[in-house]
Design a protein around this ligand. Structure first.
Ligand SMILES: Nc1ncnc2c1ncn2[C@@H]1O[C@H](COP(=O)(O)OP(=O)(O)O)[C@@H](O)[C@H]1O
Ligand code: SF4
Ligand SMILES: [Mg+2]
Length: 320
């Protein structure tokens, strides 16, 4: 029996900027069970990274969680004090940040950086923590001699593996990977994707895989969520979302994936995502949607469960 490890309910995260309030995540709900992988897709600026920060409980200023809950293993982390949050971060939930491989500290060895969380969170000695770190780097396909090396001695792919090892080190229940392959060349991308697949089998964490590239999600995720302008447009099992895309935005995204020998023309959705300080009323996708009706321009579409576990926010599926 799989149990629910992560439950996000009506999460709203806004950035309070000098030029207005950016509604980056605006009413997102989802849940994940042990060992399950959820892919989050959507164009740049749709709120994917901000959703990741929300699940991690680390919103960069001037951002703030204004509503909703993030329940990890029965605990609503939006209610925790900063010190309590620090305790669960990396041990219950961790994140491989977008562009993370450049975040390694250049003045410390990999071993130093990997052993530090083990010393702080688990109270291990330096020797014990280095032994655990050595096991973990082997898991991500590196040799333990890397522990003596400095970040500048490593390739991009090696650094990304170190960051993945860091995220997994304390055996968190939920791991978020934000565009973990974007900065890498295609061969290394494929290696990192294979690594994630192996780790899913061996570690059984719940995983959120964030990417603008739907073909990556098709490869790894059990469930797929498509984000548009701070909201989930469609969410369901990957095979149903890919096999029977319901939301016009998902349909447009899928048509825009180049396929080898595909007969149909690749088309891109015309227009650009809205400014999240002044999102369009009604359905946020209506200015770009070929099916937009009057109701779409004034009323927000409700979430409709069209088939079991396959939810879409679109007026086309509301029986009226
Ligand atoms: N620190 C910040 N301050 C103000 N606005 C931000 C900040 N970070 C992100 N945003 C805005 O929030 C929205 C969502 O951004 P983000 O979560 O990074 O999207 P994605 O990861 O899908 O590209 C965008 O409009 C972006 O400009
Ligand atoms: S609610 Fe209306 S505008 Fe929005 S995606 Fe559906 S049909 Fe298009
Ligand atoms: Mg991002």
């Amino acid at each position: 029996m799989s149990s629910t490890v992560l439950g996000v309910s009506d999460l709203r995260i806004y950035y309070y900027t000098l030029t207005g309030i950016v509604r980056a995540v605006d009413g997102v709900s989802l849940s994940l069970s042990e060992g399950e992988a959820l892919g989050i897709a959507g164009e740049s600026g749709s709120g994917k990274s901000t959703l990741g920060y929300g699940v991690l409980g680390l919103i960069p200023p001037p951002g703030r969680i204004v509503r909703g809950s993030v329940v990890i293993d029965g605990v609503d982390i939006t209610k925790l004090k900063p010190a309590e949050l620090r305790k669960i971060r990396w041990s219950k939930v961790s994140m491989v940040f977008q562009g993370a491989m450049n975040a390694l500290n250049p003045v410390y060895t990999v071993g130093h950086q990997l052993s530090e969380p083990l010393i702080l969170h688990k109270g291990l000695s330096v020797k014990e923590s280095l032994a655990v770190a050595a096991e973990m780097v082997k898991k991500v396909g590196l040799t333990p001699d890397i522990l003596r090396r400095y970040p500048h001695e490593l390739s991009g792919g090696m650094k990304q593996r170190v960051m993945i090892a860091m995220a997994l080190l304390l055996r968190p229940r939920v791991v978020i990977a934000d565009e973990p392959t974007t900065a890498l060349d295609v061969v290394i991308q494929a290696q990192i994707m294979n690594l994630f697949k192996e780790l899913r089998q061996s570690e059984r964490n719940a995983m959120i895989f964030i990417t603008h590239d739907l073909s990556i999600i098709a490869e790894i995720a059990d469930k797929t969520g498509v984000m548009y302008a701070g909201k989930i447009a469609e969410l369901g099992l990957s095979e149903t979302v890919f096999g029977n895309p319901l939301h016009p935005y998902t349909q447009g995204l899928l048509r825009s994936i180049p396929r080898l020998r595909a007969k149909e023309k690749i088309t891109w959705i015309p227009g650009v995502p809205p400014d999240l300080r002044i999102p369009p009323p009604g359905c946020r996708f209506h200015p770009r949607c070929p099916y937009a009706m009057d109701v779409c321009r004034s009323e927000e579409p409700p979430e409709i469960e069209v088939e079991r576990g396959h939810v879409v926010s679109c007026w086309l599926y509301v029986k009226r």
